[in-house]
Design a binder for this molecule. Structure first.
Ligand code: HAM
Length: 422
């Protein structure tokens, strides 16, 4: 038997209800904050991701699903949404002067080591606010992320905050990092792994992402970006903290939070849910500013900020927090028909009822009364309608309340009105 691929999963009907609930709650809140939905393709030119996420990141070096198409072009299944949204923003010439607020849902693909909360195909919901550099927007975006998670009933969330500075801060910081990692203290602690040795030359901040024990040990004492922030970045960070305080949003400063994508400037944040265990899988949401990305992808200088959340992790967190998912009351009816003539009449009535908005289930093959009632039980419907030859000749139908096992006859002509009262 063919099995699903490692790192993928099926959403079975009983779980799909939970997904739909989160999607419904989120869509309303996102629109309330002024975001409009955007949908982009799952496949893009590989260079879109190498250029935006960065050549030395784990995502680009190890995790992308890349293949050549029939014409030999390098194509990649999107590992994240920001690059595609920026590409679409530029290609679609969406009003570049105003603040553009976009949100998206979609499957992302990363060839990572699968474990609980980490998949190779996973679903992100993300937002991108394009066109403003003011720190109040950063606070608003973070507030939106908190609002989405808290509205689901998740508590004890931790907001980890950092500023990764701008190109100028980074220039100063890289020199400090190089000095540190080449210093005798570090060298005596043992060599960096071969990947990090390359990172030291090309992009030393990426060393912070390394999971190797020896590299981790050296990172602990490494200088942080905080001491290298320029005055503008320091001021922006102070303002962000001020706005967060205005909104009563507590945060924890984490000067080692650098994020695994290269496009970030200034604000970087992660919202973690510690009850989920392993720090590698407990980030429910993560994001930050990317003030240079739009220009790097060929657009005019345009500051922007956003975040993305992993749907699987959110659902897992809801399970841990024992969040009750409201099922939403809808009247579900199973239509039992007996004999070919009654079936044909039922066939018409069922179609009419569905068009009027009722949830009507029925078999399309002539089954016994017992078998149809068993099916109604299995589907846990609230009501059953029964139409046999006798009922049909009297132009009535039997309505059975499945919960209290009572039944009554309803004239066929009154059926819609009576069902509407249930
Ligand atoms: P990211 O940190 O790579 O950022 O992913 C964001 C969130 O997606 C994570 O915090 C996590 O909840 C979820 N996630 C990531 N990888 C996996 C995985 N393998 N399995 C399950 N869930 C996962 C980004 O993707 C940026 N594009 C976020 C952003 C938007 N920054 C600015 N705008």
């Amino acid at each position: 038997m063919i099995k699903r691929l490692r790192g993928t999963y099926d959403v079975l009907p009983q779980d799909a209800i939970k997904w739909q609930y989160v999607e419904d709650v989120f869509s309303v809140i996102l629109e309330r904050y002024g975001y409009r939905e955007i949908r982009t393709p799952v496949i893009e030119e590989t260079s879109l991701f190498t250029r935006s996420i960065g050549e030395t990141t784990d995502i680009v070096t190890k995790e992308m699903y890349t293949f050549l198409d029939q014409k030999g072009r390098s194509i990649t299944l999107r590992p994240e949404g920001t690059a595609s949204v920026v590409r679409a923003f530029l290609e679609g010439s969406i009003s570049p002067d105003a603040l553009t607020k976009l949100y998206y849902w979609g499957d992302m693909f990363r060839y990572d080591r699968p474990q609980k909360g980490r998949y190779r195909e996973f679903c992100q919901v993300g937002v991108e606010a394009i066109g403003s550099a003011i720190p109040a927007l950063d606070a608003e975006v973070i507030s939106l992320a908190m609002c989405l998670l808290e509205t689901l009933g998740l508590k004890d969330l931790k907001l980890n905050l950092n500023s990764v500075g701008c190109v100028d801060c980074r220039r100063v910081y890289y020199e400090k990092l190089k000095d540190y990692f080449n210093s005798s203290t570090v060298v005596t602690m043992g060599k960096l792994c071969p990947t990090c040795q390359k990172r030291l030359e090309k992009n030393p901040m990426r060393i912070f992402d390394c999971k190797e024990e020896n590299c981790q040990r050296t990172i602990e004492k490494a200088p942080t970006i905080a001491e290298s922030l320029c005055s503008n970045c320091t001021l922006a960070f102070e303002n962000l903290k001020k706005y967060l305080s205005l909104l009563d949003i507590p945060f924890v400063l984490n000067t080692r939070l650098v994020r695994g994508l290269d496009y970030y400037t200034r604000t970087a944040f992660e919202i973690t849910y510690e009850k989920m265990g392993s720090p590698q899988q407990n980030a429910l949401a993560a994001g930050g500013r990317y003030d240079n990305l739009i220009q790097e992808l060929g657009g005019p200088p345009t500051p922007a900020i956003g975040f993305a959340m992993g749907m699987e992790r959110i659902l897992l967190a809801m399970e841990i927090a024992k969040v009750n998912i409201p099922t939403g009351k809808k009247v579900e009816i199973y239509f039992v028909s007996l004999g070919e003539v009654a079936f044909q009449e039922a066939f018409k009535i069922i179609d009419r009822l569905r068009r009027k908005g009722f949830y009507v289930y029925a078999t399309t093959s002539g089954r016994s009364l017992k078998s149809q009632l068993r099916e109604a039980d299995r589907l846990c419907v609230g009501y059953t309608l029964i139409l046999g030859g006798d009922e049909l000749s009297r132009r009535v139908v039997m309505l059975r309340d499945m919960e209290n096992s009572t039944q009554r006859e309803i004239p066929l002509k009154d059926l819609e009105d009576e069902l509407a009262k249930l």
